[in-house]
Every structure is written in structure tokens, then in C-alpha cells.
Write a protein that binds this ligand. Structure first.
Ligand code: NAP
Length: 512
């Protein structure tokens, strides 16, 4: 039994006040607890901005990149221990845990590599310099400079490692100190990672602080140079976006929220393309017990192919062994908490009201633990609003029939109100092009599966640091990662105007 502490102002401090208990979701055994209060947020912010920020900004981009590289290696050294914690407190199979943890260390390593190629300067040049008047003397140059505030990172429970790692990588490389808040139900993994970060001494004092409990009140203290990067549900995201202090002080806020991700089977898709579609959907439904923001929730299938898809998916899903992920042969563990289980069951029931149940359902499948069966539904009416509006954050997806045209598939995809990722499986270029143009404005990422990419593509559920993550509308309207774009929330873009001899040489490529 462990009581999680926060790492603030250079030391670990015990929390106080209300307690939340951490469980092993497979056995319901109590593992530890988190106290919700006891941290002076004003002091945390002051420490970040007066100690951590200046120390980070005294380092060049390549020096900060070097620290990220060493941090990635340090966490990787502890991989087995961290994977065990992901199983105990997250209900992760070994594969689920690797997806999270290797995603974390991989993203840190990616930004280390990117940063190693940046100039040893205090700013980044943004685009070419510009002659602003008829005279070549008067010159303009956009630059990106680190903002002297703090990066407050609020993470969701489902990716305790990756969520923290990807946000940290971007902020620290930009030169901005981080304050990391873990999602409570699975906080044990984030806590152990925080201990390793602190013990490594790879980051200057004040560059990394970790909050174990609630952040209630912290956002009210933020100022114009601070950034909030939030990952979680649309409901909490909306609450944060609407915080009046953040609004009035123009605090930068990036929201990564939920999404009713669609997968579209093209009318032509067969052979390898069809296999890829079935395999990816079965993986998405069951990896991390469906607790992935990018998991497919709506499976769009030409009406005359529903039976074929149903048969193929049922065969795949039936072969997946559900149980305690501590057992090596188990392929899907429980959802993360009793609250999550109750929400997933209630959500499945709401979807069942407009669908036929093909496999699974919300009923209990074990005496103990937060288990729920992989559940495949078939919509009775493709236009039923709940299909396009309700995220069931568990191993559940619904087949929705469409008429086989790109236009009708796009219209259904976009009913999700803005998504993180839409995937499409087809070798018909005209269909693919029409679909992509129809759905691109509504989705942060469009993933295309085809015969040619079968053996080479990463699955649509995987977020890659080189391409952006985030989406419009209900997905939060945010954008993370995407190579150097990932640093932008932490950098100020400023136009410098003046004598070319000064501006071009000191801030532009003329001096390079
Ligand atoms: P959540 O309940 O919205 O919580 C997310 C985070 O916000 C947690 O750290 C939570 O802390 C904190 N929080 C809750 N209320 C808050 C408030 N009033 N002010 C500030 N912080 C607050 O979401 P979750 O259940 O952890 O995560 C699941 C959801 O996240 C799903 O809907 C999923 O789709 C979404 N998600 C999105 C992405 C993405 O990248 N777009 C990635 C992963 C997950 P406590 O845990 O202590 O309550």
C-alpha cells in the first residue's frame, strides 16, 4: 500500500484531505491512495517560473534535447518494472503496457533527435525574412521564443506514460518547465515515472514538478505566459476551456478530448485491404480494453456487406482471451476502475437501445474485477443520434450501414462533430479522394488502409510524433505533436521589424 506524493519545489510532499483509492482493476485489490489536497499551487508555479524556466532557457535546444535522450534511456532501463505497474494499476496486458510506455520513451527519443538538429540558439527562426517596404533596409523576421511561464499538463488515466511523456518532450525542448498532473485511477505508473525523472537529475531543478492529487484552484492562478495542455473527456475539456481566469488572461489552452472515431470500409475493399480492416478494428476494440481516444467507435460498412463484416469480426473477437492481464495468454484486461466499468455498461445500454447486439454486451462476465466483454453492435438506424454522440470508453463499437457512396460515408463520419482520427479502407482512388476531401475538415487525422500499405502501415489507433494529434469540434480543437509544431504552444511567435543588418543577422537566416 503506497500513498502517492507530489514532487514540488524540489521535494516530495504528502497530500492531505480527501483520499482516492487506487486498485488493481483485475482483482480489485487496494494498491494505494492519492490525497486530493495539500499542495500550495502558487508556490509550485513560482518555482517553475523563477527556478525551472530560467535554468531551462539557459540551455540551448540541443542541450535540452540531450536531456530528453538521456531521460528516454533512463525510463527504458526500467521498462520491465514499469510494465508490471501498468498491469497492476492499469489492467494492461504486456502489449497494452508497451504501447503506452514505448510510446512515451519513443516520443522523448523522437524529440531528442529533432532537437539535436536545432540551432544552439535562444530562439527559432520561423520562415524566411521579408522585405517590408520598397527599401530593402526595412526588414521583418518571425521568430519563436520560449514563453517564460509554466506548462500545466493534465493527463487522462488511459495513457499515464505516453500522455506525460509526449507533453513533457515538447514543453521541455521548447524551454518551458512542466507541472504534470496524472489521471488518478492509474496514477501509480505516472508516479513511478516521476520518481525516475526526479532521481535521474537529468533536468534542472524546477523544470519538472508532479502533482498526485486534484488540481482544483491551480488554473485560477495562471497568467498570460502559461500554457495548459489537457487530455481527457470533452466534458472536463469544456469546463477547462470555459474557466474565466484562463479566458480573461488569454492563457493558452490546448484541449485533447474524446472522439467517436469512424472506420469506413470502401465498397471495393477485399483481400488484404479487407483483412487489414478487420484486424485493425479488432485490435482497436480490445487493445487497452478499448480505452484509447483513437479507438474506432463507428464501423461504417456498405449495407450489402454487413453480414460479411459481422462474421469476420465476430471470429476475431471470439478468439481474444479476456482476463487478468498478469496471465501471459490474456489478450484483453479489465477497464481501469469501477467508475469506468459503470460508465461503460451504461453507455452500452444506451447504444443497445438503437442497435442489435451481435457479440458481448454490458452484463457481468466475472465475479471480481472491472471486466466487460468485447461488444459488437449493429445499428438499426444509421442516423440515430446516440451512435454519433456517445463515446463508450471501453471495448465496444457499432456497425453502421451506409449506401456505398463516399458522400454518404462522409456525412455519417462528420456526424461525430469533429474527431481525432477517421480511417478508410479502399483501393478505389476516386472513392478515397472524395471521402478524404469530405471528412478532412472534421478530423485531425485521416488514415488510409490499402493493399499497398498492408504490411507497412502503423495502425490508425497509433499516434506518431511526426504527425499531428488532435481534432476539431468535440475532439477538443487542439493540436499536439507533429514534429516541431508540437513546440508551438510553448513558444511565442513574434515579428521583429527593423534594420535588415540587425534583424536579419541577429534573428534571421542572414546570421546563420
Ligand atoms: P477526465 O475525467 O476528463 O479527466 C482527465 C484529467 O482531468 C484527469 O487528470 C482528471 O483528474 C482531470 N480533471 C478532472 N476534472 C478536472 C477539473 N475540473 N479541472 C482540472 N482537471 C480536472 O478523463 P479521463 O476519464 O481521465 O480520460 C478518459 C477520457 O479522455 C476519454 O473520454 C478519452 O477519449 C479521453 N482521451 C483523449 C485523448 C486525446 O489525446 N484526445 C487521449 C486519452 C484520453 P482526476 O483523474 O484526478 O479526476
Amino acid at each position: 500500500m503506497i500513498s502517492l506524493q507530489s514532487y514540488v519545489r524540489g521535494r516530495w510532499v504528502a497530500g492531505s484531505g480527501d483520499t482516492k483509492t487506487l486498485h488493481d482493476p483485475a482483482t480489485e485489490a487496494v494498491l494505494g491512495d492519492v490525497r486530493q489536497g495539500g499542495v500550495d499551487f502558487a508556490e509550485v508555479l513560482a518555482h517553475a517560473t523563477t527556478t525551472g524556466g530560467p535554468a531551462l532557457r539557459a540551455m540551448t535546444f540541443p542541450q535540452r534535447a540531450e536531456a530528453l535522450k538521456a531521460l528516454s534511456a533512463k525510463l527504458h532501463e526500467h521498462r520491465d518494472e514499469l510494465l508490471d505497474i501498468a498491469t497492476q494499476n492499469g489492467g494492461n496486458t504486456r502489449g497494452d503496457g508497451k504501447f503506452d510506455l514505448d510510446g512515451c520513451t519513443g516520443t522523448l527519443a523522437y524529440y531528442a533527435q529533432l532537437g539535436s538538429q536545432l540551432p544552439a540558439a535562444a530562439h527559432l527562426v520561423d520562415g524566411d525574412g521579408l522585405q517590408l517596404t520598397r527599401s530593402p533596409r526595412f526588414f521583418g523576421q518571425h521568430v519563436l521564443v520560449p514563453r517564460p511561464g509554466a506548462a500545466v499538463h493534465i493527463n487522462a488515466f488511459n495513457f499515464p506514460a505516453w500522455g506525460m511523456g509526449e507533453k513533457m518532450a515538447c514543453a521541455l525542448l521548447a524551454g518551458v518547465p512542466v507541472i504534470e498532473k496524472a489521471g488518478t485511477p492509474s496514477a501509480l505508473l505516472a508516479y513511478r515515472i516521476a520518481q525516475l525523472v526526479v532521481d535521474s537529475k537529468l533536468l534542472p531543478e524546477g523544470a519538472f514538478q508532479f502533482l498526485a492529487g486534484s488540481v482544483s484552484g491551480l488554473l485560477d492562478l495562471l497568467g498570460p505566459m502559461d500554457t495548459v495542455a489537457f487530455t481527457g473527456s470533452s466534458a472536463t475539456g469544456a469546463l477547462i476551456r470555459g474557466n474565466k481566469h484562463l479566458v480573461t488572461r488569454s492563457v493558452r489552452v490546448n484541449i485533447e478530448a474524446d472522439s467517436i472515431n469512424p472506420a469506413v470500409l470502401g465498397p471495393d475493399a477485399d483481400g488484404d485491404t479487407f483483412e487489414q480492416f478487420v484486424a485493425n478494428i479488432a485490435t482497436d476494440m480490445t487493445q487497452k480494453a478499448g480505452q484509447k481516444c483513437t479507438a474506432v467507435r463507428r464501423i461504417l460498412v456498405p449495407a450489402d456487406r454487413i453480414a460479411e463484416v459481422e462474421e469476420a469480426l465476430v471470429e476475431r473477437l471470439r478468439a481474444i482471451k479476456v482476463g487478468n492481464p498478469a496471465n501471459g495468454d490474456v489478450r484483453m484486461g479489465p477497464v481501469a476502475s469501477s467508475e469506468a466499468l459503470a460508465t461503460v455498461r451504461a453507455g452500452m445500454q444506451r447504444l443497445q437501445a438503437v442497435s442489435d447486439t451481435v457479440l458481448g454486451g454490458p452484463q457481468a462476465i466475472a465475479d471480481r474485477g472491472y471486466f466487460v466483454a468485447p461488444t459488437l453492435l449493429r445499428a438499426k438506424d444509421p442516423n440515430a443520434a446516440v451512435l454519433h454522440e456517445l463515446e463508450v470508453f471501453g471495448p465496444c463499437a457499432t456497425m453502421v450501414a451506409y449506401d456505398g457512396t463516399a458522400a454518404s460515408a462522409a456525412a455519417l463520419c462528420n456526424r461525430g462533430g469533429g474527431g481525432l482520427v477517421a480511417s478508410a479502407y479502399s483501393d478505389d482512388r476516386a472513392f478515397v479522394e472524395a471521402l478524404v476531401l469530405g471528412i478532412a475538415p472534421w478530423h485531425g487525422r485521416v488514415w488510409l488502409g490499402s493493399e499497398k500499405t498492408m504490411s507497412q502501415a502503423t495502425p490508425p489507433g497509433a499516434v506518431l510524433p511526426a504527425t499531428i494529434h488532435g481534432g476539431p469540434g468535440r475532439a477538443g480543437g487542439g493540436e499536439e505533436l507533429g514534429g516541431l509544431r508540437g513546440l508551438h504552444p510553448y513558444l511565442q511567435r513574434t515579428a521583429i521589424q527593423g534594420d535588415r543588418a540587425v534583424v536579419g543577422r541577429a534573428f534571421g537566416r542572414d546570421g546563420a
